[in-house]
Design a protein around this ligand. Structure first.
Ligand code: AMP
Ligand code: GLY
Length: 424
């Protein structure tokens, strides 16, 4: 079968690498892709926002499945339009993608379905937000309601910080994403990410991971899209997984199905393990980045078969996803300046040496300049390794990092520190 993969990040490189291993695959296309994805797929110049062009391409190339990697085209309704034309799609339609596209949508669904999450209020102007703040203690969490690339969340420790956060949101600091704000009670605990394939009311666990959001070692400094991740997260026991499916993920899938807008794709639940039990922080309607590389390293099943079963609504009778017992760990190499303005254009070399150590280097923000590979974005590479323990995976990932020549880049040297301290 021919497959079209939409996206261009480390997540899509990891998906392309795994899809390419499937015996069901005939030809893989990627739009727009990146130089790493080009090793697995033919890159095509298609604008995912031009749904008509995507449909025409799928017809011309007899595409049997479209895999939508990032959230923006999902929230934009690309899946709906492809499905209307009879194409099979991995990824949710526009309305169920609101689980990621609108924090208010998710919070309302949680209230309706009795799903544990932080107490919240939504306000669409400054005065209403100030009034709502009075119902919350400190610290308090203030979020832009819409998509803000993981950056629209401010944890205010003082009343002054809360006022400043509201200034920023209502003065357009997050563009349209900040037209309304969600104010939330601050939850205390350890965060963990849980992934599940969902097709209507069927939920199939796809592993756990933890990422490092802060740019600096010891989890300090500004937030990023993620500087590294590992899987599995030992804190997320099988017992917890069952509880999260029962109390959070299954009721979500049921609520969407009951509304006539069933979810189809991968559901990424960001969870807080609080003293009262697991609570939902947020949903994403896609694989995480950089969580996807660690999940793909551990996945033993045929990814294409799983995605097809999900897209066809046959997940209930399909083989369950199987993940290796080993640990995977990925280190993000970013361009200097990230998460501010990254220095792009600096050279990258010796990736083959890095991979000769047994690791896999997934490309995120890279480009070709002539025959040379250069940095083309904030997060540039996901250097990923497997190990019998998380400590071994960590050592293997850093051996590969050290083989890479990327003077314009940097990485954290402590990815996985908490898990290594816990597990050794
Ligand atoms: P979100 O974009 O909603 O995932 O928020 C980004 C990050 O902010 C989360 O990963 C948490 O670290 C933190 N966060 C969000 N909401 C809360 C909350 N209610 N309590 C504590 N931390 C939160
Ligand atoms: N690593 C966080 C995310 O993909 O949203």
């Amino acid at each position: 079968m021919n497959v079209l993969l939409i996206g261009s990040g480390g997540r899509e490189h990891a998906l392309a690498w795994k899809l390419a291993q499937s015996p069901l695959l005939n030809k893989l296309y990627a739009a727009p892709g990146n130089p790493g994805i080009a090793e697995e797929a033919e890159l095509v110049e298609l604008d995912p926002a031009d749904h008509r062009a995507v449909i025409d391409f799928c017809r011309r190339q007899s595409i049997g499945l479209v895999v939508i990697g990032p959230e923006a085209p999902l929230v934009d309704g690309l899946a709906d339009n492809l499905r209307t034309m009879g194409l099979l799609v991995f990824g949710p339609n526009r309305i169920p993608a609101q689980l990621e596209g609108s924090k208010g949508f998710t919070k309302a669904l949680c209230d309706h379905a009795g799903i544990p999450t932080a107490r919240w209020a939504r306000a669409s102007d400054r005065l209403a937000a100030e009034a709502a703040l009075e119902d919350f203690g400190l610290p308090v969490v203030i979020k832009a309601d819409g998509l803000a690339a993981g950056k629209g969340v401010i944890i205010a420790e003082t009343a002054e910080q809360a006022a400043l956060a509201l200034d920023m949101m209502f003065d357009g600091g997050f563009g349209g994403a900040g037209e309304s704000v969600v104010i939330e009670e601050y939850m205390e605990g350890e965060e963990v990410s849980f992934f599940a394939l969902v097709d209507g009311e069927t939920v199939r666990p796809f592993g756990s991971a933890q990422d490092h959001k802060r740019v600096g070692e010891g989890d300090t400094g500004p937030n990023t899209g993620g500087m590294g991740a590992y899987s599995p997260a030992s804190i997320f026991t099988l017992k917890l997984e069952r509880r999260v499916i029962k109390e959070i993920v299954a009721p979500t899938a049921q609520a969407l199905a009951a509304d006539g807008t069933p979810y189809s794709g991968i559901l990424y639940a960001g969870l807080m393990l609080t003293a009262e039990g697991p609570k939902l922080v947020e949903y994403n309607a896609r694989f995480g980045d950089p969580e996807c590389p660690v999940l793909m390293m551990r996945l033993e099943s045929d990814l294409l078969a799983l995605m097809l079963a999900t897209a066809k609504g046959e997940l209930a009778t399909a083989r369950k996803p199987r993940l290796a017992k080993e640990s995977a760990l990925t280190v993000v190499m970013a361009a200097k300046g990230y998460p501010g303005t990254p220095e792009i254009g600096s050279g990258i070399a010796h990736l083959a040496d890095a991979e000769a150590t047994g690791a896999k280097v997934f490309h995120a923000g890279t480009a070709k300049s002539g025959t040379h590979l250069v940095a083309a974005g904030g997060r540039v590479l996901n250097v990923t390794a497997l190990g019998a323990t998380v400590a071994e995976a960590q050592a293997a990932a850093y051996r590969a990092v050290d083989a890479i020549h990327f003077p314009g880049g940097f990485c954290r040297r402590d990815i996985g520190w908490r898990e290594v301290a816990r597990k050794g």
